[in-house]
Write a new protein. Structure first.
Length: 308
């Protein structure tokens, strides 16, 4: 769905749009100064929310070019249904797939390396069906395609990374925001665990440093944090619906550290589990200290879109 300037102003309650000039010929929005660092969209329709948010950046054409091979990396780790908030919302994934094809991507593949059986996870999450209906491929990761790769990290000098992700022209990271028993919270940086193979449990010994190493290696063109339904406890698998809180929000940006910092702010407002928030902040601080991204939200240009 391409947003027009008139429709954008009519349908959204918007703050921070002082740099907006007009619509580009392609239908995206043009900024007089720099574009926003983050766009936070609230809408009962997750697909519409992400489409509107990306439109504020100037449209998906800013990130995906004709002929690109695009990999979308959602969180499909667990055998859980969408309402349990342990996996990425399928409607967000489908919307991004359609946008990529609208930008004339050559191919779009949606994949993850689940902790549970992928034959169940891909189905139960609803992601495979939604992605395929939008035109994407949804292959299981083939163990033969994990290849030792130099990460040049402080803890992870090398690790097994999935070859298709290494060879993609563009990667779009679409994690879900949720509680995590070890990491505190799992957001965009933690989602890279599903792009690697090997004995991933070994990373738990120095989890903060390992996640920052992964974030320093993977370079998504876009990060979309699913906060439609967030899991406030018993993560990462969840299970009980009373642990789930509906926020109907997506956070979109090109800086994964900034996206995660905003995700932490959301959790600060909704959960008493402050120990989890503090643990997640340690990882984000390490990433900011290494120059991977920025975490001081007060210094960022943030646009908020609220459904009217």
């Amino acid at each position: 769905m391409r947003i027009t300037r008139r429709g954008f102003l009519k349908k959204s309650a918007v703050t921070g749009l002082e740099g907006l000039l007009a619509c580009s010929p392609l239908g995206g929005l043009v900024w007089a100064e720099r574009p926003p660092d983050l766009v936070v969209a609230r809408d009962r329709d997750p697909g519409a929310a992400v489409s509107r948010a990306i439109g504020v950046f100037g449209g998906i054409e800013r990130f995906v070019s004709p002929g690109d091979r695009v990999i979308i990396k959602p969180n499909m780790a667990w055998d859980r249904k969408p309402e349990q908030a342990a996996t990425t919302n399928p409607r967000i994934v489908a919307s991004v797939v359609r946008l990529c094809f609208g930008a004339r991507a050559r191919s779009v593949s949606v994949m993850d390396n689940p902790c549970d059986d992928p034959r169940r996870v891909y189905v139960q999450s609803g992601i495979a069906k939604a992605a395929r209906e939008a035109g994407a491929k949804t292959p299981f990761m083939d163990s033969r395609k994990f290849t030792k790769t130099r990460l040049k990290g402080e803890v992870l000098s090398q690790w097994e990374v999935y070859r298709d992700i290494l060879e993609a022209d563009k990667i779009i990271n679409i994690p879900i925001a949720k509680h995590h028993s070890l990491a505190g919270l799992t957001l965009s940086m933690k989602n890279w665990m599903g792009a690697i193979g090997g004995m991933r449990s070994q990373l738990h010994w120095k989890l903060d440093e390992s996640l920052v190493d992964l974030a320093g290696f993977f370079k998504p063109c876009l990060t979309i944090l699913d906060c439609v339904r967030v899991l406030t406890a018993n993560g990462p698998q969840g299970g009980r619906l009373d642990y789930v809180k509906a926020l109907n929000t997506v956070v979109v940006g090109t800086d994964q550290v900034a996206v995660d910092a905003f995700g932490v702010r959301l959790f600060e407002n909704i959960t008493p589990r402050q120990a989890s928030v503090k643990r997640a902040l340690r990882t984000i601080q390490k990433a900011a200290d290494r120059g991977i991204g920025r975490m001081d939200l007060d210094l960022l240009k943030i646009v908020r879109l609220d459904q009217v």
